[in-house]
Design a protein around this ligand. Structure first.
Ligand SMILES: Cc1cc2nc3c(=O)[nH]c(=O)nc-3n(C[C@H](O)[C@H](O)[C@H](O)COP(=O)(O)OP(=O)(O)OC[C@H]3O[C@@H](n4cnc5c(N)ncnc54)[C@H](O)[C@@H]3O)c2cc1C
Length: 527
């Protein structure tokens, strides 16, 4: 894995590949294939920052940490949603920052913010650059320039408190880097979003991310016990105790604030013992509704495994269609992945063996059929590969994108149907809509949709219309506009509907209080 992603694809540039033959055949039958020509090298708009400002930045951070070359600016342009990739592929680099700056300490970040306020320069914090909701595409009109604040130099594990089971991580650590540092102490964070390999600790906190093992380890916001944040009004240090009743929890104001209230420079997280054993297995349910009921039962009876996800009928059929026993008995219905991580010793509290037996017993009673470990292990091994497939699909003219929401158990079926209908109504019948339940709570679950359709003449316009229809369907059905992808710029109109005018006015007041000149990520998250 290289540290820099491809500018117009997901992930490691050396992993880019053609669509596998079996998938290509399926895609050709369902959607048609239309090779898209690659756009040649496109030059960036020139940096708008005055030379005097660049000199001042060089004095603040050191000249080697103020970068204006095309390559760096290109790599810090937007995130990795399908529209972002389509724009990059089409050579649209209009959102490129004027410079990339790399602060090396909290004090550097504070100085950078003072500089931005003094000269009215916009700052866009950059962690891993995996955002899928336009959170890195800040408004630039009215500013003397726009800087991408790359947190790549803030990569330390600052402190480990084994007795309290907490650790202090710097924001620029990517998922695998943070886990490797913690593993040296026999500890684990357990946060594995699909973007794990590139996304950062600061990004996880700023977007309230959820991982594939959040059934067991919890969402990222639930792992955070403390935060240090540099704001235009000074430093905010939060989290002096495991819990308190000292007014509203200000940590929650920073979590999910997407760089609009301040720049996170340290995150104190609760950690767990490194699991000695990991087992992933597959289960089959007769229908999505039956599988969802089984999940609900686990969640409401304190039987949560570490990983729990359920594909609907369409996703089950498509995912398994390329495997050898296609058409077999085990390919009908819906596939559930259940993973257990924990102590190997059967007598230990929460042992994998004990937990697994309890969950298996419950799932069997609820109509599940065990398919064994092979498919579960295959899921675990391939779980970070799907984004590469999206690039291969874009190469052959297929528009592939995901969207997600969450709702209460009582409304799950209604929300599922409403979003599916909105997507197929907007995109036409020659569209594949897949769904899985990606995260489960006592009271409800999240629904994660994958959509594939032809790009046609105007893929960006086509997707914008479909996304708008699906987003409105979520809000109309009483669900949230986002369970874990955050607001960014893409979700603003529906976020405003979700929280209502009072909610919007609270966010605007906080913004005015902390960042009165509006230099932090303008246009992002706040409607
Ligand atoms: C293929 C793919 C799969 C994904 N899978 C998941 C998933 O399973 N679960 C999930 O939750 N999300 C997922 N995402 C979305 C994305 O990875 C998450 O939102 C992630 O938390 C972003 O982290 P990042 O470090 O890349 O942040 P960035 O993309 O760099 O930034 C995201 C936002 O946070 C702000 N920000 C970043 N760092 C800081 C900081 N230190 N202080 C203040 N603001 C900051 C940025 O300005 C921006 O607005 C996926 C994205 C892709 C492309």
């Amino acid at each position: 894995m290289t540290s820099e992603m491809h500018p117009s694809r997901w992930g490691d540039p050396t992993m880019a590949g053609e669509l596998p033959e079996s998938t290509r055949d399926l895609v050709e039958i369902a959607l048609g294939i239309q090779e898209t020509p690659a756009v040649g090298e496109v030059s960036l708009p020139p940096s708008r920052l005055q030379p005097g400002l660049l000199d001042e930045l060089a004095q603040l951070l050191g000249a080697e940490h103020v970068l204006t070359d095309d390559e760096q600016r290109r790599l810090r342009t937007r995130g990795k949603s399908t529209p972002d990739l389509l724009k990059a592929r089409a050579g649209d680099l209009s959102d490129a920052p004027d410079a990339v700056v790399r602060p090396g300490s909290h004090a550097d970040v504070e100085n950078l913010i003072s500089f931005a306020v003094r000269h009215h320069v916009a700052l866009v914090p950059f962690g891993g650059g995996t955002c899928v909701t336009g959170g890195l595409a800040a408004r630039r009109e009215g500013y003397a320039g726009l800087l991408s604040v790359d947190l790549v130099r803030l990569k330390a594990l600052r402190d480990v408190d084994r007795r309290s089971m907490t650790a202090v991580l710097e924001p620029g650590l990517r998922g695998p880097e943070a886990e490797a540092l913690l593993a040296e102490h026999g500890l684990v964070l357990g946060h594995y979003p699909q973007s794990f390999e590139y996304a950062s600790i600061g990004g996880f906190a700023a977007t309230r991310s959820s991982g594939q093992a959040s059934a067991g380890y919890g969402r990222f916001d639930a792992m955070v016990v403390g935060l240090t944040v540099a704001t235009p009004q000074g430093t905010l240090d939060l989290g002096s105790s495991p819990a308190n009743a000292a007014g509203p929890d200000l940590r929650q104001l920073v979590l999910g604030s997407e760089g609009t209230f301040g720049i996170i420079t340290a995150v104190r997280v609760r950690v767990k013992e490194l699991p000695a054993e990991k087992v992933y297995e597959a289960w089959q349910f007769g229908s999505f509704a039956k599988g969802a009921d089984a999940m609900r039962h686990l969640a409401q009876n304190n039987l949560m495994p570490t990983v729990l996800r359920l594909s609907d009928e369409a996703e089950t059929a498509l995912n398994l269609a390329s495997q050898s026993d296609v058409g077999g008995e085990a390919n009908s219905g819906c596939l559930m992945i259940v993973g257990h991580e924990g102590p190997a010793d059967a007598s230990a509290t929460g042992s994998v063996v004990g937990r697994r037996a309890l969950v298996a017993d419950a799932l069997t009673r609820l109509g599940g059929v065990s398919l064994g470990e092979e498919r579960g292990t295959a899921w675990a091994e391939g779980r970070f590969h799907a984004p590469y497939l999206r690039d291969s699909l874009l190469d052959v003219g297929v528009l592939a994108e995901t969207l997600e929401t969450a709702t209460f158990w009582a409304d799950r079926e209604r929300v599922y149907t409403a979003v599916r209908d909105a997507l197929t109504h907007e995109l036409g019948e020659q569209t594949i809509v897949l769904c899985h339940i990606s995260h489960v709570y006592e009271t409800g679950c999240s629904l994660y949709f994958t959509v594939a359709t032809g790009q046609d003449e105007d893929p960006l316009g086509r997707w914008a219309a479909a996304k708008a229809a699906a987003s409105q369907a979520m809000i109309d059905a009483g669900a949230t506009i986002t369970h874990h992808h955050a607001v960014g710029t893409d979700h603003l109109p529906w976020f405003a509907q979700e929280i209502g005018p009072v909610g919007v006015s609270i966010l605007r007041s906080v913004k005015d209080g902390l960042d009165p000149t509006g230099v932090l990520n303008p246009g992002v998250m706040i409607p």
